[in-house]
Each structure stands twice: as structure tokens, then as C-alpha cells.
Design a protein around this ligand. Structure first.
Ligand SMILES: *Cc1c(COP(=O)(O)O)cnc(C)c1O
Length: 364
């Protein structure tokens, strides 16, 4: 797909950008440009064409107040990072996996399919335009946020016939801030994020909207994240609001909840499964109930627990708060296997460990 380019006349100054990059946080600041591709349905309302691919200055979007995304939430998104390697080149990690997942989400939300190469090209063009925004500090990256929204002005309930795909970018430091401390997790019993036949396996804004009240409950209980369970399946562990969960068992086996349709298939999750197998570890994707977590911590069968996702990479889980009950130790240091996998994954992403699987894609 051919992109046109309109560069911003209002780029941030070198000083402003340097001040932001000195302390980027997560998701607070945005680069100077955005990538956009528009889709319009043909007569049948189902097939359609993507066109007007462009890089334009970052800024507010003009939307009709009746745009269906504002009323019915027809929206999906992706998240991946661009890493600056020591030689100054910029790379991203498994973007075709994100492209494929965007299309799976699109199918579930009745949004159009986007060519995988057009997806990767949109990232490349945006990162080239904003390459000075890719940080080079340890643990830092440029977070890329592709998303697709229904822009058609129409209040009837059906799949929109006008859609926009966009990418914005935001410099990112360490997601949970500072050193790698174990996070406390709150078990949600009052809320679920997904149900059978629902949108749990799609990366859509609606899932996040549904998780916010549980996240508030977690914060009120001194936890950073929520754990969602499947209340209809023996309290099976599903995932956090935006991260998958792994258990390191005594003897070195790795266990993670199997994909049941209510769990989002993380690219980080798939990569960890592969890296663990490469190390000769057994990996089981299976049901793991809350009770097994409790007993495993008590009797030592579970040695380490961690969460993973693009934003936070791999983060050790300290305590699991289940109402008044506390499972695990809030001060538990990050486990050996957790740290080894984290170091290897980050090493591949940042170009200091060999990319055996061809996961890296050069952007600039
Ligand atoms: C994005 C996301 C993840 C993590 O996926 P990655 O591809 O590893 O970043 C996990 N769970 C949910 C609900 C998500 O939205």
C-alpha cells in the first residue's frame, strides 16, 4: 500500500522532546505524527476497500457525533513496541502476529480485514517519520498503538460502512515504574471480563471498559492489577485485565491457562512458551483453578508466578489477594525462571540476544 506523507509544521522542539524522553512514563505523551487508512464498504455493505493511506500530523480527530464507535463501541486495537538497538537501528517484535490478531479481532467485531503488509508498513512509515522519538534507555521503547474504529454516522445497529484504521505512538519507560518489584493482584469475584461466545479473545476497547470497575476495586484493596476467573468452570484462572499469567512449578514445568475463547492470546505469551520449550522446559496449557494456586503456594508445588504482556514484558506476581485471604508473599523476590525468561525475551527484543526465530522486523 502506498502512503502519502504530510509532515507536521508543529513538531515538538528538540528540548521538549528531550524533556519527555527523559521521563516518558507510559502513555502520557505522543509523537508528532499518526498513520491513517480509511475503509469504505461497497454496495453490499460487507466487502469494501482501504484507501487514502497517509502519514499526517498528530492531532484531534474530527468525528460526527453519531459515529457508531461512540455509541456501540465498534473498536479494536493492538499494542507493540519499537526498540532502538545499540547501532541506532529500530526494530519491532513479531508485528505479523499482531497483524493477524488485529484481523481476528476485526472478524469478531464485524470490522474489515486489513492486509498484514499494510499493517506493518503503517508502523514502518510512522516510525520513520517520528524516529527521533524512539528512546534508547534501558527498558525503554516507543509503544505503537494501532486501532480501528467505526466512523460512520448512523444510529441503526449494524456493522459500520465507514471505518478508520490509525496508529499512534508513545514513548514508554518501565510500565510499573522503576525497579522490577512483584505486583499485588486482586481476585475479582464480582466481575468477569469475558464469557463464552463473548469478545474475550478479541483485543477490543469494550473488554477494557468492562474491566475498569474491577480495576478500581483492586486499587481500593491496594493492588495494581485484577485477576479474572471463570466462575462457571471451577474458578479457573483466566488472565489479568491486560496480561496473561504463568506458573513455574517445582521441577521447572511451566503452566499457563489454555486458550478457551475467553482469554486473549498474547504475543508475549506465545513467545514465552516457545522460549521455554527451547530451554527444554515442559510447557502445559491447561485449566488451573484458584484452588490449585492456593495449594501450590502452600505446599511448594508452585515456585514462581508471573504476568506477561507487551507493555510490562514479564512482571513477577507477589501476593494474590482473595478477599481477606492472602496467597503468596508481597515481598517475594522475582524468581529465577521468571528473570531468566525476562532477560532472554528483552534481550531478543533489544538486539543483545540472537533472534533464533526471526521475530524481529526492522522499521528504521
Ligand atoms: C494485549 C493483551 C494481553 C497481552 O498481549 P501481548 O500481545 O502479549 O501484549 C493480554 N491480555 C489482554 C486482555 C490483552 O488485551
Amino acid at each position: 500500500m502506498e502512503f502519502t506523507e504530510e509532515l507536521s509544521h508543529q513538531r515538538k522542539s528538540d528540548q521538549d522532546r528531550a524533556a519527555i524522553l527523559a521521563n516518558p512514563g507510559f502513555g502520557d505523551f505522543f509523537t508528532d505524527h499518526t498513520a491513517v487508512i480509511d475503509w469504505t464498504a461497497s454496495e453490499d455493505g460487507v466487502t469494501g476497500t482501504w484507501d487514502n493511506a497517509r502519514i499526517e500530523p498528530y492531532g484531534p480527530i474530527s468525528l460526527d457525533p453519531a459515529a457508531s464507535v461512540l455509541h456501540y463501541g465498534q473498536e479494536i486495537f493492538e499494542g507493540l513496541k519499537a526498540y532502538r538497538h545499540a547501532d541506532g537501528t529500530v526494530w519491532t517484535f513479531r508485528p505479523y502476529a499482531n497483524a493477524a490478531r488485529l484481523n481476528r479481532s476485526a472478524e469478531r467485531l464485524a470490522l474489515p480485514q486489513l492486509d498484514e503488509d499494510a499493517f506493518v508498513e503503517s508502523l514502518r512509515r510512522l516510525v520513520k517519520a517520528d524516529v527521533q522519538w524512539v528512546p534508547s534507555g534501558e527498558g525503554e521503547a516507543l509503544y505503537l498503538r494501532p486501532f480501528m474504529i467505526a466512523t460512520e454516522a448512523f444510529l441503526g445497529v449494524r456493522a459500520a460502512r465507514e471505518v478508520s484504521y490509525r496508529v499512534i505512538a508513545s514513548p514508554a519507560g518501565n510500565y510499573f515504574g522503576g525497579e522490577l518489584k512483584p505486583v499485588g493482584i486482586w481476585v475479582s469475584h464480582n466481575y468477569a471480563r469475558a464469557g463464552r461466545g463473548g469478545t474475550g479473545a478479541a483485543k477490543c476497547g469494550g473488554n477494557y471498559a468492562a474491566s475498569l470497575v474491577a480495576q478500581l476495586e483492586a486499587e481500593q484493596n491496594g493492588c495494581k492489577q485484577v485477576l479474572f476467573l471463570d466462575p462457571f468452570n471451577d474458578e479457573a484462572v483466566e488472565e489479568l485485565g491486560g496480561m496473561n499469567v504463568f506458573f513455574v512449578m517445582k521441577g521447572g514445568k511451566l503452566v499457563t491457562p489454555r486458550l478457551t475463547g475467553t482469554i486473549l492470546e498474547g504475543v508475549t505469551r506465545s513467545s514465552i512458551i516457545q522460549l521455554a520449550k527451547d530451554r527444554g522446559m515442559d510447557v502445559e496449557e491447561r485449566t488451573i483453578a484458584l484452588g490449585e494456586w492456593r495449594e501450590g503456594i502452600a505446599n511448594g508445588d508452585i515456585e514462581e508466578v508471573f504476568a506477561c504482556g507487551t507493555a510490562a514484558v514479564i512482571t513477577p506476581i507477589g501476593v494474590l489477594k482473595n478477599g481477606e485471604e492472602h496467597i503468596g508473599d508481597p515481598e517475594a523476590p522475582a524468581g529465577e525462571v521468571t528473570m531468566a525468561l525476562r532477560t532472554e525475551l528483552l534481550g531478543i527484543q533489544t538486539g543483545v540476544v540472537a533472534d533464533r526465530h526471526g521475530w524481529l522486523e526492522r522499521l528504521a
